[in-house]
Design a protein around this ligand. Sequence first.
Ligand SMILES: Nc1nc2c(ncn2[C@@H]2O[C@H](COP(=O)(O)OP(=O)(O)OP(=O)(O)O)[C@@H](O)[C@H]2O)c(=O)[nH]1
Ligand SMILES: [Mg+2]
Length: 282
Amino acid sequence: MVAVAGRPNVGKSTLVNALTGEKVAITSTVPNTTRKRIFGVATGDDWQLVLVDLPGFQRPMDALTERMQETVDGSFEDVDAVLLVLSARDRIGAGDRFVARRVFGLDVPVVIALNKIDRLKHGHVAAQMKTAATLGDFHALHPVSAKVRDGVTELRDDLVQLLPEGPLLFPRDARTDQTLDERIAEIVREKALHLTREEVPHALTVELVERDERAVRAAVLVETESQKGILVGKRGATIREIGTRARPEIEALVGGPVFLELVVKVRPRWRRDRRALERLGF
Ligand SMILES: Nc1nc2c(ncn2[C@@H]2O[C@H](COP(=O)(O)OP(=O)(O)OP(=O)(O)O)[C@@H](O)[C@H]2O)c(=O)[nH]1
Ligand SMILES: [Mg+2]
């Protein structure tokens, strides 16, 4: 098992998908996309790599982000290695050093992935690698692009080398620990994140209401009436677009046609209410 750590938005989930070979985690340009711990599983002839995708390290602002940081803090026990992800497109600074202090203090090897090197000049990548190398006593440092899958195979081979011998943790064909319901809700949330801005992506969550063989009913929850207006859109255009984008991915996952019904609901202060969070599975 390898925990994937880093600041929000550096590309952890994109890298987990690239390493897993399937989209198991949703991604977006908005920080704090990942809210729960999820496993991405890759299996070869004689190895199995379980990547533990995590929320980004952050200073909590409410009950939700508190929960997220608790998840991060509790996820480094029992892992065999840590994959520390950095973004080569940003300054490697205090936030990265904070994460580094934590992971280099664990008693397991740390592999650094310097991500987002696509379209960057060679000299810039080299300078960022030099800075990354000062973060701690790493096992290996890989410049990669999760987006165009550059350097991902080499990184995976290196991670596999670090794994101890043991039984398979997941069946050979498993790609994640998430249930189908969870994956469907996440796909809807991803499309909603992509179509909203500013505070709205942070204020929304998706709850699966009902599912049978051919139909899925899900609710997009927001905190205020005005956020609801934004998600519904002019004559329902935005929520309809979320459905249009989510449906093909859900159908591919389920393996057949799906009737997708989405509603938008207001649930005031769900991010601040521990009980509401619990009900939503946080
Ligand atoms: N150019 C470029 N963009 C990337 C790369 N990897 C990820 N991104 C983009 O960076 C953004 C964040 O990616 P995520 O994978 O969601 O990042 P994350 O670290 O999981 O973010 P949180 O879950 O919010 O902590 C998305 O817009 C990705 O498309 C890459 O290799 N190159
Ligand atoms: Mg993520």
